[in-house]
Write a protein that binds this ligand. Sequence first.
Ligand code: BTN
Length: 333
Amino acid sequence: MPDAASDRALDRRLDRLIDLLAEHATVVLSGTKLCSELHVPQSTLWDWVERLRSMGLEIRGVPGTGYQLMKVPDVLTPHTIRRRLHRGEFGCRIHHLYKTDSTMNEAGRLAVAGAPHGTVIVAEEQTAGRGRLGHAWMSEPRVGLYFTLVLRPALMPAAAPILTLLCGVAVAEALQELTALPMDLRWPNDVMCRDKKCAGILVEMTAEPERIAYVLAGFGINVNHAAIPAELATEATSLCLETGRTFSRVEILAAVLARMEHYYERLLKEGPAVIVERFSQISSYSRGKRVKVIDSKDGLAGVTAGLSPEGVLLVQRDDGKMERVLSGHVRPQ
Ligand code: BTN
């Protein structure tokens, strides 16, 4: 039975095959040459080509000659992602998995083993994607973006919540630029488009009393979903459903990483105000919105009154009392 290490080794070799085909997309690549590049026999090459075809890649086989990629695929190989990234720390290591339970679990294992700041774990499919507050995250294969970024910030654990807002700002800006859709942020970090959620962020921290050991920032973006399951359809959407177009997941991932790095550097240099300010500009929820906070112990309801300097949401009850919201789901009332 294949173990995780051999799955990962196969993932890397499939990536290499895609990269070779993509680099020579207009020509038929000789099967013999591919076999010698990949150090595998013809039968293995054939098996791998079949696997890629089953994932939707259009690969033409020319009997007795070789294979030709008919369309450059939107597969998240590290090589393809790196070509779109500027030199920086975010994306310094990229682990691409065809299938995993959750990129959070995979990132956790790598972080414990010493994965550097900026490591990215991205999956084509998750079988147990996790959302905030114990929810599942629907992770339909190959149409969405599912990735986790490993951060090792020199911050006190109490400062970590600002990272959650930072992630939301980075995603909202990247999506707005690439799709021209209006993006909104629902505290703490749901990315909304026309009142439906198109992306979610899960931030998990491992800390010692005086320092953060690492933070895992998980991003789920509904990119090319042609439909949303009926039970979620009133609440969730995808970029494709909102525009009628499909988008390059590689391009979106690269844009999010670039903005993450930009705001992360500003956070370290300038402090949290820059993030709080940008979040408040984007988010229609941050001020003057009547909301209820689900999961709060006594069913908090009121009108939002801005963010505190550390990024806590302030909600004013009808009796005038100001509450600080630290967790929970914020919904319009
Ligand atoms: C939420 O809005 O509830 C957060 C959703 C976060 C989903 C992403 S998908 C990639 C990463 N892996 C997971 O299991 N969860 C996050």
